[in-house]
Design a protein around this ligand. Structure first.
Ligand code: UFG
Length: 329
């Protein structure tokens, strides 16, 4: 297939680009490089520097490329920032996706895989989370993603779009060959922050809350390796059915506490990691763990990384060998 990848220079997008290319698909990346990195895109994959808000450029690119399918990663993903600047999130994540969908409808491109999030569930009634639980996001980031899921459902009925929304849990890790990995500025995610302490780039890691009703008092998350996300995307795009909007959780089904991640990082790096116990971060649910049974069954997808040590080791290989990330910011 010829696949148009928005946000293909970003963290999850760039790993998916590699997976698509390895599976024999032809890929074109469209990225405004605000958060993405040119070096994250392989040299032989065309990278068009463009913004989804630029509807004219988007349409020209889409129509000239004769694409069979779109993978849509381009979005902002900072929960805290979304609370402070909600309209920026609705503009970028929702309105720009509307622009993309209008162009796809007009050009009759009817296959789409969309990056959704477990944040669409808000504070779930129970865990592990199954897809049929109510989606009640508690921040503008989660709401902007849920609103896109609604557009996909309505588009399936109205003009035959075949789509798959993949609701990621906590994306982590780096490419097995060590060539690309996570480089967010600012960095807010637990595993890279902990590894920056191991590298001596930060003095300590602050644990956000130690009084949760969990076995060790810290929050539990489902850390899903970025290459496992990539294989889920490839399978999803190959299996799309026109006129059907589907949605799947993508996680390992195993929860790890904040303390467990820090312990794993100490083991893997062999370095001391100073810890400070701080207050809870507003909006953090105590436990978010996926029931990924549907995607396992539908696509015979299996995560390759389930062991927390292997997951942290994968991230460490990248951070240790690229202490300044891609070195472009
Ligand atoms: N944490 C700390 N200290 C830190 C950073 C994080 O204790 O310095 C904790 C958080 O409180 C949380 C866990 O580590 O319990 C993971 O936090 P991250 O910020 O790495 O990830 P989140 O679970 O907050 O965020 C992820 C995705 C978001 C998505 C969200 C859904 O990155 O895009 O899940 O809840 F919206």
């Amino acid at each position: 297939m010829r696949v148009f990848v928005t946000g293909g220079a970003g963290y999850v997008g760039s790993h998916c680009v590699r997976e698509l290319v390895a599976a024999g698909h032809q890929v074109v990346v469209y990225d405004n490089l605000v958060y993405g990195h040119r070096k994250a895109v392989p040299d032989d994959v065309p990278l068009i520097e463009g913004d989804l808000a630029d509807g004219a450029k988007l349409r020209t690119t889409l129509s000239e490329g004769r694409f069979d399918a779109v993978m849509h990663f381009a979005a902002y993903a900072y929960v805290g920032e979304s609370v402070e600047r909600p309209l920026v999130y609705y503009r970028n994540n929702l309105a720009n996706t509307l622009t993309l969908l209008e162009a796809m409808r007009d050009l009759e491109i009817r296959r789409l895989v969309f990056s959704s999030t477990c944040a669409t569930y808000g504070e779930p009634e129970r865990v592990p989370i199954v897809e049929s639980l109510p989606q009640k996001p508690i921040n503008p980031y989660g709401r902007s993603k849920l609103a896109v899921e609604w557009m996909l459902e309505d588009s399936a009925r109205a003009w035959g779009l075949g789509s798959c929304a993949l609701r990621y849990f906590n994306a982590c890790g780096a490419a097995r060959d060590g060539s690309i990995g996570e480089d967010h500025r600012p960095e807010t995610h637990l595993i890279p922050l902990v590894l920056q302490v191991a590298l001596g780039q930060r003095a300590k890691i602050t644990i956000f809350g130690t009084d949760y009703e969990t076995p060790d008092g810290t929050c539990i998350r489902d850390y899903i390796h970025v290459e496992d996300l990539a294989s889920a995307h490839r399978l999803a795009i190959e299996e799309l059915e026109f006129g059907r909007a589907d949605a799947f959780n993508v996680g390992t089904g195993q929860g790890q506490s904040v303390r467990a991640i820090i312990e794993a990082a100490r083991r893997v790096t062999g370095r001391p990691i100073a810890v400070e116990e701080g207050p809870r971060r507003p909006g953090d649910p105590p436990v978010l763990v996926a029931d990924a049974g549907r995607i396992r069954k539908a696509f015979r997808w299996e995560p390759a990384y389930v062991d927390v040590g292997e997951i942290v080791a994968s991230a460490w290989r990248w951070h240790e060998s690229h202490p300044r990330g891609f070195g472009d910011r």
